[in-house]
Design a protein around this ligand. Structure first.
Ligand SMILES: C[S@@+](CC[C@H](N)C(=O)[O-])C[C@H]1O[C@@H](n2cnc3c(N)ncnc32)[C@H](O)[C@@H]1O
Length: 283
């Protein structure tokens, strides 16, 4: 989070934000319905999340932070729309609005309660095509059951679109990104309650288990939280339901009760660190 705050605080960022707003201010006149306000708020929020995860994919935003950021962007949209409608683009007014917005944004990010382990290794985030994920996770071999939840589905939730093309209908996603689609829940997996015996399949490609494994390797303070969430996810499967993810986390999989869960590994011959696993709830 430090690096994104440094980025937001820099003079260069301030100038480029000001420039972008000045160039596009007239467009705010057209933001004249609640739906458009919400949609633009969501897009601006998503842009920030994208910048955060591109700098460091382990950025983890709490529910409070997500709510605050959305309120701040909504406030910004309304202020800029007000300026655009008044048809006066006074530099000073704009400067004040942007400066206040940035200060509140930085403060919200600094107070994000899930920042504890953000100073570890920085790795940028990537999103993968639906077909790549489908094959890497061996979803064709797993006989997916519905409803399906993709945890950390990404901004474009490409796997869900791919599964939709293949005829699946009960598809849901969870990510820190906002989406206008109702089937995508915006939130942190630590804040999301995985209800017992609900999901036919839970899928997580390069998301939950990747963060979990990193937490175990670093022995950081999130390990217990991850273990509890992992078990909550398993509990949220219907009998016969599947939890399919990559990378595998052998230390936790080894502890599972084999009477209750069957475990199938799919080795990734290019990189054994990226083996996939399919866990089925048996009873
Ligand atoms: C490497 S991307 C993978 C996205 C997608 N599964 C794919 O393979 O294309 C990891 C995703 O997990 C999301 N993510 C990271 N931490 C999260 C958290 N604590 N709660 C919810 N989503 C999170 C990120 O926003 C990002 O979209």
């Amino acid at each position: 989070m430090k690096s994104i705050i440094t980025y937001l605080e820099s003079e260069e960022t301030r100038k480029s934000i000001m420039h972008a707003i000045q160039q596009n201010l007239y467009l705010y006149q057209g933001i004249n319905t609640e739906e458009k306000i919400q949609s633009l708020t969501g897009s601006l929020y998503n842009y920030l999340v994208m910048e955060c995860v591109q700098v460091n994919q382990y950025v983890s935003l709490s529910k409070d932070t997500i709510d605050s950021l959305n309120i701040l962007y909504r406030e910004l949209v309304l202020h800029l729309r007000g300026l655009a409608l008044e048809n006066r683009t006074l530099q000073d007014d704009l400067e004040i609005i942007v400066q206040r917005h940035r200060a509140k944004l930085i403060s919200a990010l600094k107070h994000n309660s899930y920042n504890k382990n953000q100073d570890q290794l920085f790795i940028p985030c990537a999103e993968y095509s639906g077909s790549f994920q489908f094959h890497l996770l061996h979803l064709g071999d797993c006989l997916l059951k519905q409803p399906i939840l993709d945890v950390g589905c990404g901004k474009k939730h490409q796997l869900l679109s791919y599964l939709e093309e293949k005829g699946f209908e009960e598809l849901y996603g969870l990510d820190q990104y906002h989406s206008d689609e109702h089937r995508i829940f915006c939130g942190n997996w630590f804040d999301y309650h995985f209800l017992q015996s609900t999901w036919g399949s839970v899928i997580a490609h390069m998301s939950f288990s990747n963060h979990y494994r990193r937490s175990l390797i670093n022995q950081d303070s999130d390990t217990v939280l991850y273990t509890m969430k992992y078990l909550e996810i398993l509990d949220s499967l219907i009998v016969g339901g599947l939890f399919i993810y990559s990378p595998a986390v052998r230390t936790i999989e080894e502890t599972l009760d084999r009477q209750r869960y069957s475990i199938t590994y799919f080795p990734n011959l290019d990189d054994r660190n990226l083996d996939s696993v399919c866990i089925q709830r048996l009873c």
